[in-house]
Design a protein around this ligand. Structure first.
Ligand code: TRP
Length: 454
């Protein structure tokens, strides 16, 4: 018998609390760091187009699926599958999610560490009167160094672990509600400035005009992987959060609100970055450093840029925190509820293990650059395996589980607590999760890794 009583678990206090926490999880470095950088690498508009299609046709229905599984299961992903599908191998989908959580958080912490470093650089007015080339050097010198990035990554991981240890409600809810709107405001201000730059038209054209000849199968797989990454899907984060949602919440509304907010913020970030990329002659395909070498140029030109840059990187770090706690939570809830390790110890254990992997990620930018696997350094390897492989596969299983195993009646019953769904939408949803999403994911995945081609 399960000793845990789900009704005794912490719940999100208010409606806004759920949306804010799930949005806090979804909105993070994925939107502001990763989206612009991979859009640059994979050629702009066509990539964006495919990515938006995946968000709508695959991301949104899978987010709803995760909410349904989570609230119905009332547990961590592994436990939720075990409860909803006893004595079946479905629980291993939950386990795969725990593995993905370890990988994602280890490189996530590195980028968040960069963001902290940029808070300090902003405070020290280090972007002042620097040319685009100098700002580029400022970034690459720092990123390749050995000690500082590791220290900031560890600092970020300690903060993440501490917040998770304090607990769901107090820790997570408070943070996300107030600060995310401020971040959005700053990005909008950056957009206005970016649109006034000389490169604005070219930047917007790059971002929005779909030139499909630039699209590769690897680009399509990355667009799919990123749709999962940015919405925090495919490894049980949203299942875990769903388990904290009370029965009065309208899951469909929540899923739509989170998806829309996440997508809008990614687009706003893109609109701030690409005009500047062209205005300052920065290489679009610069890779993971794109945001850090582009935006300081914009801050430099803005009235009040000194303060905006401090505020921006502080809030980016906090946005990263509200995401990283949701990743760590998956591992911690698994350790504590399934392996019966005390929550406190589980948090320490997971944080230490992930931080260690993170150190390797950080070093792989500099002194360990030449240690590669399949031509990828350690950082890119973890990013690639988790985002392009584990999340889409996890998402595929989550869709199949919802559509085929839970099935129509259970889905409907769960949604009807606090919500309403018409027959038309229910049928549409079932088609997406039973057939379209799994088939699309399988095709994109096999094509992306080169196992099939058309
Ligand atoms: N979605 C977050 C971002 O965009 C990162 C994140 C949080 C995540 N939880 C996740 C990614 C779960 C994948 C899976 O920054």
């Amino acid at each position: 018998m399960e000793k845990l009583n789900p009704t005794k678990r912490d719940n999100f206090g208010s409606k806004l609390g759920v949306v804010a926490a799930a949005a806090g999880s979804a909105i993070g470095l994925g939107n502001i760091w990763k989206f612009p950088y991979i859009t640059g690498v994979y050629g702009g508009g066509a990539f964006l187009f495919v990515y938006l299609g995946f968000i709508l046709a695959i991301g949104l229905p899978i987010m709803l699926s995760e909410f349904v599984i989570g609230r119905k299961g009332g547990r961590n992903p592994f436990g939720a599958f075990k409860k909803l599908a006893p004595n079946t191998p479905w629980k291993y989908v939950g386990l795969m999610g725990v593995a993905a959580a370890f990988m994602i958080l280890s490189f996530y912490g590195v980028i968040a560490g960069w963001s902290i470093e940029y808070v300090i650089k902003s405070l020290g007015n280090q972007f002042h009167e620097k040319s685009p080339a100098e700002l580029n050097t400022l970034f690459s010198t720092f990123q390749e160094s050995t000690i500082t990035p590791v220290l900031f990554q560890l600092l970020f991981m300690v903060a993440t672990g501490a917040i998770v240890m304090i607990g769901i409600k107090k820790g997570i809810e408070k943070f996300s509600k107030i600060l995310m709107p401020v971040l959005v405001l700053i990005i909008i201000i950056l957009d206005v400035k970016a649109l006034s730059l000389d490169g604005a038209a070219e930047g917007l054209r790059f971002l929005f005009y779909p030139d499909f000849s630039k699209l590769t199968s690897e680009g399509v797989l990355s667009a799919l992987g990123h749709a999962f990454f940015t919405l925090s899907l495919g490894m049980g984060t949203i299942i875990t959060y769903g388990s904290y949602i009370n029965k009065k919440n309208n899951l469909i509304h929540t899923a739509i609100q989170v998806t829309v907010a996440d997508t809008v913020i990614a687009l706003l970030a893109g609109i701030a970055i690409f005009p500047a990329v062209f205005a300052f002659g920065i290489e679009e395909a610069s890779g993971p450093g794109l945001v850090f070498i582009t935006l300081p140029n914009v801050f430099e030109l803005m009235p009040g840029g000194y303060f905006f840059s401090i505020l921006f990187f502080v809030l980016l770090t906090i946005a990263a925190l509200t995401s990283s706690i949701s990743i760590l939570e998956v591992a911690v809830s698994y350790f504590s509820e399934e392996l019966k390790i005390k929550r406190r110890n589980a948090t320490i254990l997971a944080t230490v293990l992930i931080s260690f992997l993170g150190i390797l990620c950080s070093l792989s930018m500099g002194i360990m650059k030449d240690v590669t696997f399949f031509d990828l350094n350690f950082f890119d390897l973890l990013d690639w395996i988790s985002a392009n492989m584990l999340l889409p596969l996890g998402g595929m299983f989550i869709a199949l589980f919802t559509g085929w195993y839970l099935g129509r009646k259970k889905i409907k019953d769960e949604i009807l607590h606090g919500g309403y769904i018409s027959k038309f939408f229910l049928n549409g949803f079932l088609f997406l999760v039973k057939i379209l999403a799994p088939v699309a994911i399988a095709v994109v995945f096999l094509h992306g890794i080169g196992l099939i081609s058309f």
